[in-house]
Design a protein around this ligand. Sequence first.
Ligand code: SF4
Ligand code: SF4
Length: 108
Amino acid sequence: MAYVIAEPCVDVHDRACVDECPVDCIYDGLRKGYINPTECVDCGACEPVCPVSAIFHQDDVPREWAHYSQIEREFFEPHVSGLGNPGGAAAIGQIEGDHPFITGLDAA
Ligand code: SF4
Ligand code: SF4
């Protein structure tokens, strides 16, 4: 199980959640943050600090954004970022891309 960052983060992406994460598993795409579902320990610390309420427990993602669980998972796979489970976002820094679904979204 893991927490998921859904659509409201896109182009807001202020990184407030990053500072709250005790295991540094929120990675920075260009337009959105991505929670690594393998590294997330389900603590919930990130959820209340998001100014646009973009973060949900996997079981509570609103239906309109249900596909974001898959987007988070795929982001770390070889055909997207290829990051796998590096064990910490700070060492990775800014990632020069997004999941293709996010790249294809119109700017807000
Ligand atoms: S706090 Fe919310 S808007 Fe900011 S980066 Fe995290 S999920 Fe995105
Ligand atoms: S639920 Fe906890 S471990 Fe998971 S991304 Fe949020 S702060 Fe990090």
